[in-house]
Design a protein around this ligand. Sequence first.
Ligand SMILES: Cc1cc2nc3c(=O)[nH]c(=O)nc-3n(C[C@H](O)[C@H](O)[C@H](O)COP(=O)(O)O)c2cc1C
Ligand code: SF4
Length: 464
Amino acid sequence: MFSLKSLMLSGAEVWPLVEGGKGISVSTGATCGAWARAGAVGTFSAVNADFFSEAGKLMAPVSPGKTWGERYRELIAQAIKGGVSQASIAHETSCGQGRIHMNVLWEMAGTEEILHGIFSRAKELIHGLTCGAGMPYKAAEIAAGYGISCYPIVSSVRAFRALYKRAYHKFCEFLGGVVYEDPWYAGGHNGFSHQEDVHCPEHPYARVVALRSFLRECGLGTVPIIIAGGVWWLSEWVDWIDNPEVGPVAFQFGTRPLLTQESPVARAWQALLFSLKKGDVLSMPYSPTGFFSSAVNNAFLQELRDRSTRQISCQDNASPPYDIYFPLENGGEGVYMDASGQDQVHNWRAAGYTVPLRTPEKTLLFVTPQKAEAIRRDQTSCVGCLSACRFSGWCQTQQGAIREGDPRSFCIQKTLQRAAHGGDPSEELIFSGTQAYRFAEDPYYANGFIPTVRQLVERLLTGY
Ligand SMILES: Cc1cc2nc3c(=O)[nH]c(=O)nc-3n(C[C@H](O)[C@H](O)[C@H](O)COP(=O)(O)O)c2cc1C
Ligand code: SF4
């Protein structure tokens, strides 16, 4: 019979079951508190989360500022309020049970300021910090300063080794665990290295054992590894549990918690999840963070893929075979293309893709006038949510755009906010793990059943 033992995480004995942090506003104080109340670990996202207004109403961040700098300052102030608001909801909902973790994206703008802002106001409500996407060198130091455990999210031993050698060796006492997030299966941003092939998944066992060996070398053999990505039924992971080679483990779920009564995802998003088939979730390279990410292959993703196919190489100066001059709009200098490029452009223009947009990689992209307008509007209304944005060219340290924006990408802030606040899930970025098709196959969800978080935790404890 399947059985799971409790584990010490962030200073309390809990079920080794962790709600994966999901921004923007998908894992919230309400979901996190419910996971904690069920005796597990809840995680709210502090990435531009909804915050309590002065009137006590939860509201989504807004950005009326006129300049880039003004909008950025508003974003930081609201992100701090959002983190504190969600921490207090999680705390109240948990009734003192389980553990409450907070998740941030290291590549978001102003992370350090936001972490200090939230922790200085709500440190007694938060037990752990999980942080991924990028190399969160400073996260451990900041969390340790407030007595909070840190859980770096890595996708390989190589990434953890770099974090440990540069910074984490000084804060081992506060290393609550290491999240191994499988880049081939997990929803959201994926930490592929240059050595890994997005299309050739590696088995996670050897990768996790390598991580455990390194933890042992560092004297951290008892620090739990939290396995994230592709975990559905724990009965499929029995070989990993109580296995001395793997050591203490917990399991993190990102996709399954999307379908719970407490989850804020809209009905249309729930329906989409029930309709997915194997292969409907794809890894895509268009995120403005520069990372790959796993999302549902919907109209939003298809438009990005199609957009990138309408792209030709060009050069600023004529040199064979790039010797056909192509004038650009707005009085800019023209470019040179080759004969096959000219043919493609002719066909795209005939189909209505009449506006050429330069990319930073010396290519021209062709879009409709409406799409060109939408891209420009999104770039100019950038609120600076990332430390560096490929789409708008924004850079936090310069408080403005330092490079040409890339029209093959998109404003992730805008689409994730819309998705979380009732936008049409076929028209927005819908992050998902590759196992989402199992909602339609798993008998637990028959007839559209959606459990409460407590019911889901109880179900997971059965191994299914
Ligand atoms: C909708 C969605 C949004 C996510 N957003 C984040 C995020 O903001 N930060 C993060 O560290 N991980 C994020 N993740 C990853 C999850 O926390 C989790 O590690 C991952 O989904 C686990 O794999 P699974 O989807 O197979 O369960 C997200 C996942 C999903 C499905
Ligand atoms: S354009 Fe980039 S930095 Fe600006 S708000 Fe959108 S995603 Fe964030």
